[in-house]
Design a protein around this ligand. Structure first.
Ligand SMILES: [Zn+2]
Length: 387
């Protein structure tokens, strides 16, 4: 494998220009004026260098990306969107290996090197989504990790829990949950099943929680308590957690303290006008925050580009971040936060880290988030993918 020397970059966090020498898929050195005979030298001319972007919450199996535009056809209710999704899947050929592949190609070109995707599992679709994502991922340089996701409820949809277990047996990396109270109507039993699976198969857990207000807040307490009692710190994530964004600050602070102590992470998509968790206070308390698109051009909605810097911009904007150091919190969610949620090792821009890098023409991390210009170079495991 040829060494690559990125000449004259601006590595995020270093505060000064430097060269980056990549050897055997790893970052070997970061310093000014590196001399490395025989290396492929790429002058990146003072451009910003970020670690590979991490998409921590999407739904690859549902995407219509890469095919002809499909006008949105659901009504404005949740039930309408679920019915639309179930009703038109077959007609539109969802899940589609080709479309998932097209989206992964787009994500990779935009600098995403790692993806966590929630794949629908229910008695109708079975494990077809899991298999389609696996097939597309095998042909892509992007590291894709799946969550076995009971999109249409688990307890209310007999056979789903057994299929989740089958998915984990087949190697799916994480187990999901969905509104233990609002959808499944029995939060204790719901959490019994998914935490039980997470423990038995040694996998991570990522729970979709749309339930709002005091109901959602109570579920956050239940999830935090389980995580603490079972010693699953760093392995449990709550996605969306709309309730958290709706509570008064005192209650928010109590929940945030609980997440920090138990090691519960949060993922936000900052979509539409749904509540966004208080990113700055979560980070100040040491809680991991990551972000992702949620759906990308699918039967649930037409939005989403696959660009994680654009997604970070949405997180910053919805959080009313204006100062550079605040905007960088959104970038952190799209990079290091996602890496922690996925459990990536050797992630970052230090010597010894995996050489997963993205280069773009920005003079600062905040500018990269706001402008999200085209990526000029993307590297995965030391291999230049896009240049
Ligand atoms: Zn989702």
């Amino acid at each position: 494998m040829t060494d690559v020397l990125l000449r004259n970059g601006l590595p995020w966090g270093l505060g000064a220009p430097a060269d980056i020498l990549v050897r055997d898929g790893l970052i070997d050195r970061v310093a000014p004026g590196i001399d490395s005979p025989g290396a492929l030298v790429v002058d990146i001319d003072g451009q910003l260098v970020l670690p590979g972007l991490v998409e921590a919450h999407c739904h690859l199996d549902k995407t219509l990306y890469g095919g002809p535009w499909v006008p949105h056809s659901a009504d404005d209710t949740l039930a309408g969107r679920i019915g639309n999704d179930l009703g038109r899947r077959a007609e539109l050929g969802v899940p589609s290996v080709a479309r998932i592949g097209a989206l992964l190609e787009r994500m990779s070109a935009a600098g995403t090197t790692h993806v966590r995707t929630h794949t629908d599992i229910d008695p109708l679709v079975g494990l077809r989504g899991v298999e389609a994502v696996r097939e597309a991922a095998a042909r892509s340089p992007v590291d894709v990790r799946q969550v076995a996701f009971p999109q249409h409820g688990m307890l209310i949809n007999p056979g789903t829990a057994e299929l989740l277990e089958e998915a984990l047996k087949s190697g799916v990396e994480a187990v999901g949950g969905l509104d233990p109270a609002g959808i499944d109507r029995d939060p204790v039993r719901h959490l019994d099943v998914i935490f039980g699976l997470a423990e038995r198969y040694g996998v991570r857990l990522d729970i979709h929680l749309h339930d709002g207000g005091s109901l959602g807040a109570w579920e956050l307490e239940l999830i935090t308590e389980r995580t603490r009692v079972l010693g699953l710190a760093g392995r449990v994530t709550v996605s969306h957690a709309y309730a958290l964004g709706q509570l008064d600050e005192a209650y928010q602070d109590r929940l945030i303290q609980g997440f920090a102590e138990a090691g519960v992470a949060l993922v936000t998509a900052a979509v539409y006008s749904f509540p966004v968790p208080p990113v700055k206070r979560l980070r100040a308390a040491g809680v991991t925050v990551a972000c992702g698109h949620d759906g990308i051009r699918d039967l649930w909605g037409p939005y989403g580009s696959g660009d994680m810097l654009e997604r970070a911009m949405h997180v910053a904007y919805r959080s009313t971040f204006r100062r550079d150091e605040d905007i960088e919190l959104a970038l952190e969610a799209a990079t290091h936060g996602g890496a922690r949620v996925l459990g990536l090792e050797g992630y970052g821009l230090s010597p010894g880290d995996r050489a997963d890098l993205v280069v773009l023409p920005s003079g600062s991390p905040a500018e990269a988030v706001i402008v999200h210009p085209g990526r000029t170079l993307v590297m995965k495991d030391g291999v230049v993918l896009h240049n």
